[in-house]
Design a protein around this ligand. Structure first.
Ligand code: NOJ
Ligand code: CA
Length: 688
């Protein structure tokens, strides 16, 4: 239940309860403006409007083929008599939480305004447990810390590790989405929805009173937003339930976004891909072509006079090897990074004209490789690393998309490593928020799908712009190669980062010892069992899934690789069976284009035991289940490749006792029995 009131001095306040328990205690709302009176107090209510919505809509891709959007709405018209300015607040209350946003109608006394700070409060019911990352204007590539709110101040220094661009702003600043658990048993999640033409919201904690307040990302001048009426803020979203599984099943963020903006979506397709990538990330191979040109301007590069270093992965022969592998195993696309000139001097120098996104390296046969891929039913995936030189990217964007059209690319992975140019802007400021969406809507004109790395974390905009098929915007698998992720990381991400939209987490690593990937390395370990890497295809929902390891490693474990080949990337229905942030997640999903179900479980350091009832299966069918699980002695560090595969018949009465090792997990494919012969050949599944 949501309550709205004005305080005695005319401050808008709201509070939220869930089944009688406090979720948000009375919290004030408003703005401070630059060179104008604040919009914080002295309001009166001019009127209220109530509405109800109950509709079902179909996402282009998703965890479910149908989503119910059911809410009660309260629109409060406020005015500030002393300044004759108006401000509306629209609330929507759902079974699983609430959202609110500010709306400024056209008016005489407020036309253009500059935000000094949005002052939306979220007063928490006590010193909650929280899964948080440090507030930062430029990166989300951090591990989550689990602590009480009161401990954030003491833990924040250790919660930040170095990144190519970072701007931490407060000892108690955190990012959204943040997952909380109150002592009254409620799980509470704070995020935003539909972040458009506004700066990204962080939260700053008053840790005496346990009150979060919005803290927007500034522009180069330190202002927090330039707005012109009529204008609306993004939604401030609060997901609440006493059951952690409901946090993951919630569609609140998507529901708060606008319906699809495109008439024709037939060109938007989920993608399973491999890529020329991990060998550079961890294997010592290079994006660049030569070591001779470390600081030459892009338009003066002459590769014909240089000596190739021989480590360039995006060469025609190697890319063909990946295309063959993709075609043989049924992948849709092959990502190729390092195909274009400029990688000799791409990061760290804040170079403006860093790439042209058009010119291939001399050893990358752009037309020939695309033709070769298409002849095998595979496409190449484009890569646009911008080095955060956004002016340069926008200068080239149209030509770059035209090049993609010419050769038949329909998806691009983009990246924003480093400090933003224009200088002083931040990854999460209004300027960049507008850029990311511009890249997506311009891409749509070319029927191109976008997967942005280092971009602002998603806020459900994929409902409106479904060619935004992925984002990184969190700490992904690349960190397993750099310094390792904690085994619990992927048991937090679905509660936090994934609330806003899918993540290009790039799972599927089979060789955990990085010294085997690159003999020149002396250390490096992927903190996961192999079975857990399979489970990630189910637990980390995304319509864009990579099999990130190199073909040689998959070829050593073809029986396990079968799960990656089989697992769908689009779903009819999803059921969260077990969940606790930072501990374990178990989910079952039904193929959107078939009758098969796929189950994934990932566990943190403690491991996990599940008693699974397969009662979600069709009672009129018999199924073949293939269980890929950790062997008894598996362990994410000491014995990560110990897995077992068991197969047998199951039905909707079957109950399975399964165990995930420390940092482990399991994956199950459950497909209807093809025919009587298959049913006869198999026994009822009995797990050992
Ligand atoms: C960082 C991205 O996350 C990674 O996937 C990519 O390979 C590098 N940037 C280079 O663009
Ligand atoms: Ca990254």
């Amino acid at each position: 239940m949501l309550d709205f009131a004005l305080t005695a001095d005319g401050r808008p306040t709201y509070s939220l309860t869930c089944d009688g328990k406090d979720a948000i205690l009375p919290s004030t709302l408003g703005f401070e403006l630059v060179k104008a009176e604040p919009l914080l107090a002295g309001f009166r209510i001019d009127g209220v409007e109530n509405a109800e919505e109950d509709e079902t809509w179909q996402p282009v891709w998703g965890e479910n083929s149908e989503i119910r959007n059911h809410y009660n709405e309260l629109l409060v018209h406020l005015s500030q008599p002393a300044t004759e300015r108006k401000m509306d607040i629209r609330f929507r209350v759902y079974d699983d939480g609430a959202g609110f946003r500010y709306e400024f109608p056209i008016q005489d006394k407020l036309v253009y305004f500059v935000v000094k700070e949005e002052r939306s409060q979220f007063a928490m019911p006590g010193d909650c447990l929280a899964w948080w990352i440090a507030g930062d204007y430029d990166t989300q590539e951090y591990e989550y810390t689990e602590s009480r709110l009161s401990e954030i101040r003491h833990l924040i220094a250790g919660a930040v590790d170095s990144n190519l661009s970072q701007t931490v702003f407060s000892p108690t600043g955190v990012q959204t989405s943040i997952q909380l658990k109150a002592d009254n048993g409620l799980y509470i999640n704070l995020h935003e929805a539909a972040l458009v033409d506004y700066s990204c919201m962080h939260l700053n904690l008053d840790d005496q009173n346990m009150v979060f307040e919005s803290w927007l990302t500034p522009d180069a001048q330190g202002n927090k937003g330039h707005l012109q009426c009529p204008v609306k803020s993004p939604w401030r979203a609060i997901i609440v339930s006493d059951d952690a599984r409901d946090m993951l099943a919630s569609n609140l963020i998507l529901n708060l976004n606008d319906p699809c903006a495109y008439d024709d979506v037939s060109w938007i397709k989920p993608v399973k891909y491999v890529g020329v990538w991990w060998e550079m990330i961890g294997g010592g191979k290079q994006w660049s072509y030569t070591f001779d040109l470390p600081s030459v301007k892009l338009d003066q590069l002459d590769y014909s006079k240089t000596k190739p270093h021989g480590q360039h992965s995006a060469n025609t022969e190697n890319v063909k090897r990946y295309i063959d592998f993709a075609a043989e195993h049924g992948f849709d696309q092959v990502l190729v990074e390092g195909w274009n000139i400029g990688w000799e001097d791409w990061s760290g120098n804040e170079k403006d004209y860093v790439f042209d996104f058009l010119t291939p390296y001399p050893d990358f046969d752009l037309p020939g490789l695309n033709a070769y891929a298409h002849s095998k039913g595979v496409r190449l995936m484009m890569h646009h690393e911008t080095s955060a030189s956004v002016r340069n990217y926008e200068r080239h964007m149209e030509q770059a998309y035209q090049l993609m059209d010419k050769y038949g690319y329909n998806s691009v992975k983009s990246g924003y490593v480093g400090n933003i140019i224009p200088r002083g802007e931040h990854h999460y400021g209004q300027y960049m928020v507008n850029h990311y969406l511009y890249a997506v809507t311009e891409a749509a004109k070319h029927h191109i799908m976008v997967n942005g790395h280092e971009a602002v974390r998603p806020t459900g905009l994929c409902r409106t712009y479904p060619n935004l098929i992925g984002n990184e915007s969190a700490r992904g698998t690349e960190y397993e190669s750099f310094v390792g992720n904690t085994p619990g990381h992927t048991t937090v991400l679905p509660f936090t980062r994934l609330q806003g939209g899918p993540m290009d987490y790039t799972p599927g690593i089979f060789e955990m010892d990085m010294t085997k990937v690159n003999p020149n390395r002396t250390s490096g370990h992927v903190n996961s069992t192999l079975a857990r890497q399979l489970a990630l295809y189910v637990t980390m929902y995304s319509p864009l899934q990579m099999a990130a390891d190199i073909p040689d490693h998959y070829e050593q474990f073809m029986d396990a690789f079968q799960f990656i080949k089989d697992v769908p990337v689009d779903w009819q229905e999803s059921r969260y069976l077990e969940a606790e942030p930072g501990r374990y997640i178990t989910v079952a999903r039904k193929d959107k284009n078939g009758e098969g179900w796929y189950v994934g479980c990932t566990a943190a350091e403690q491991g996990h035991e599940s008693a699974l009832a397969l009662d979600f299966l069709d009672p009129n069918r018999q199924y073949v289940a293939t269980v890929y699980s950790d062997a008894a002695d598996a362990h994410y560090y000491d014995n990560p490749q110990a897995y077992k595969i068991q197969k047998g018949l199951v039905d909707n009465k079957t109950k399975l006792a399964l165990k995930a090792a420390p940092g482990g997990g399991y994956a199950i494919s459950i497909v209807p029995v093809a025919d009587q012969a298959e049913a006869k050949a198999l026994k009822k599944l009995k797990l050992k």
